[in-house]
Design a binder for this molecule. Sequence first.
Ligand code: SF4
Length: 399
Amino acid sequence: MAPALPVLPAPLRLLTSQADLRYHAAPGGGIFNPPSATHMGFWSINPYVGCAFGCAYCYARDTHRYTIERAGAAGQAVTDSLPPWLAFERRVLVKEHAGARVREALRTTRAPRAGDSLVIGSATDPYQPAERRFRVTRSVLEALEPVRGLSLTIITKSPLVTRDIPLLQGLARHNTVAVHVSLITTDRDLARRLEPRAPTPDSRLRAVARLAAAGVEVSVNCMPVLPGITDAPQQLADVIARVAAAGARSFGACALRLRAASRRRWMPVVREHFPALAPRYASTYRDSVYAAPRYREGLQQVVQRLCAQHGLQVREYRRLDPAGRVALEAEERSAQERSAQERSAQERSAQERSAQERSAQERSAQERSAQERAAHDVDTAPASHTQLAFLDDATGNIP
Ligand code: SF4
């Protein structure tokens, strides 16, 4: 008879604390996130809610906020009046008994089957510091041992993933296994400003080399590419050359998507660390979560050329599987449609406005135009970061 699933004790109780970090028990619930819930076309597991690496551009902050809010007063007690963006980094929730929960789910239809894709770390890093102590990710990998025919991807910034190389080698005998190491710059100081507590770029590159040497398929995610900050062709060339030298097989890059959750944290960081770029970010991402199509196309051309030079396959994350691709394209289309609908509603309302309102609108248009002129100055200034930055408006070609 299968062992009974452990009864999870009170959610959000304190497990341990370490310096300014506190770890709490995550609420129960399904351990696998099905494609029907995420609309991402693949199954996923996130062993932790919240992430101590604290990347300024992180889009996963809302997952933590929702969990805390759903817990009511207990959630408020956990955050201890920290703002939600900081609670995400300092109050990490741990999914206890994850291995047993995976084994249990595998006996039901609430788990992926042969031919499905499973991503570990689709929202938060599965090898963040908590993993050293709680080993939740490891317990998940151990529980997946009997599975056959799965396409398993692990996404991480941490060299701790190399601890589990023997497990990954075992899983790769019956499944497709790949580790995607995230790396957006090789510049240690710049990385420290953008990803304050994440492992250094050099340590991630060493992890890539160790995984590759062990025969584990390893790819690098250069995501997000930050316009004006990490997108100069020389910066990308540096990343790609070092990734190739470390032994990665493929490389994927994607420009920053600025959803509400990341916008609230990211824009103050831009204003503080890159003030000259703040007006461009405000205008580029004013009506859309995406950088302009021409910018994204230019970025892909540069990435393809550099990868070809270094013998790396270019990987588009949306091609993880066909369903995922459809979901992302649909998401993009619906974002565009929403933005078009909003624009058209704004136009209708503008027509109905009084003459006084129209003149207010004109003043605001003048302000926008002044903003755009200031932004153009950023493009044309001889700054080191602007070669590829915001190409949609720039006049030069990609070198
Ligand atoms: S490592 Fe990933 S999940 Fe963690 S803060 Fe950075 S972007 Fe967010």
